[in-house]
Design a protein around this ligand. Structure first.
Ligand code: IPM
Ligand code: MG
Length: 352
């Protein structure tokens, strides 16, 4: 197989403590993989005066995928590029329980669903401003029944839901459902009862895509109802597709449902690029202690291996993670163990 190039951004605070041992594990698989390290964030500001220099962008472009540790602060510019620059419109966040995970639920067995979050639109178009700018819009709100200019001083944010953006994310969800063994179901989550135009459109387009895919079951929930069901009956979900902001909120909730965000993997896919980043933050409170749970980073690495064509190694890595949880002997403190991050990764590497 041809050599694959991975651009690596190790991230901030405790994130590199998870990334480094995982990179070592990947390296030791002896695959045709090269790792390149674009300089971004504070080090890039210090050396070339920009948080996201052209050289970093070129390295990301030349790579087959980017492996991204969680960032905070000045590394944000690279995240913007990886999403909007590379048009990675599908954020995939799997939530799967396996034996040995310290879950807060009484019965987590059988949880296995994937959140498919639209990654570029909705409130994330980030068009915000002063309400006064919209005074010319001489139309009353459906609820307030007053023209905007009578609302008084304040700010606004635009929620944009497009046909193209919705069609491609819902299609992505259906294709994923076809590949999964489980229930072959797609669930759409919106607030269409209140946001009739924007979320109503998302649901309408989702229904059209569903009609074109009759072999997959389709259902729809209002987001508040879904939040409740997510806790009460998570086992009934398979692939769940939703606009950007709900996906952001509910994927953290899904991580907490399993046990912690330390278990939550994430990949962002476009038509010709993808980047992989654990869903958790940079955990500044435990930085420097080498106890950050590497599971999210490992599961994320497994998604990346699959994307670049190393399916077999991706599966072996996942099975090894499962085995280490089932054994319960080498886990980080958040999972009730006393292992360090590198020790847990080494145990998983040995189990592969
Ligand atoms: C995520 C994060 C980001 C988001 C932040 C860092 C902008 O919370 O990837 O879920 O809101 O998308
Ligand atoms: Mg988030």
């Amino acid at each position: 197989m041809a050599m694959k190039r991975i651009a690596v951004i190790e991230g901030d605070d405790a994130a590199p403590e998870a990334m480094r041992p995982v990179l070592e594990l990947l390296h030791n698989l002896n695959l045709p993989l090269t790792f390149e390290y674009p300089i971004v964030g504070q080090p890039a500001i210090d050396t070339v005066g920009s948080p996201f220099p052209d050289a970093a962008r070129d390295m990301i472009d030349a790579a087959d995928a980017t492996f991204f540790g969680s960032t905070s602060g000045p590394s944000g510019a690279s995240l913007m590029y990886l999403r909007w620059g590379k048009q990675t419109y599908a954020n995939i966040r799997p939530c799967r329980y396996f034996q040995g995970i310290a879950s807060p639920l009484a019965n987590p067995v059988g949880i296995d669903f994937v959140i498919v979050r639209e990654n570029l639109e909705d409130l994330y178009v980030a068009v915000e401003g002063d309400l006064a700018e919209l005074a010319f819009l001489d139309r009353p709100g459906r609820t307030t029944r007053k023209p905007l200019r009578e609302l008084g001083q304040g700010r606004y944010a635009i929620k944009a839901i497009t046909r193209e953006g919705t069609e491609r994310i819902v299609r992505f969800a259906f294709e994923l459902a076809k590949k999964r063994a489980k229930q072959n179901k797609v669930t759409c989550v919106t607030k269409y009862n209140m946001l009739r135009e924007s979320d109503g459109y998302f649901l309408e387009v989702a229904r059209e895509v569903a009609e074109a895919n009759p072999e997959i079951e389709f259902d729809s929930f209002i987001v508040d109802d879904f939040a409740c069901r997510l806790i009460r009956e998570p086992q009934r979900f398979d692939v769940v597709v939703m606009p950007n902001l709900y996906g952001d909120l509910l994927s953290d909730a899904a991580g907490g449902l399993l046990g912690s965000l330390g278990l939550a993997a994430s990949g962002c896919y476009g038509d010709d690029y993808a980047y992989f980043e654990p869903a958790h933050g940079t955990a500044p409170d435990i930085a420097g202690q080498n106890i950050i749970n590497p599971t999210a980073t490992l599961l994320t690495a497994s998604m990346m291996l699959e994307y670049i064509g190393f399916d077999e190694q991706a599966k072996r890595l996942e099975s090894a993670i499962e085995q280490i949880y089932a054994d319960g002997k080498v886990l980080t403190p958040d999972q009730g163990g006393d292992a360090t991050t590198p020790a847990m990764v080494q145990a998983i590497a040995a189990a592969m």
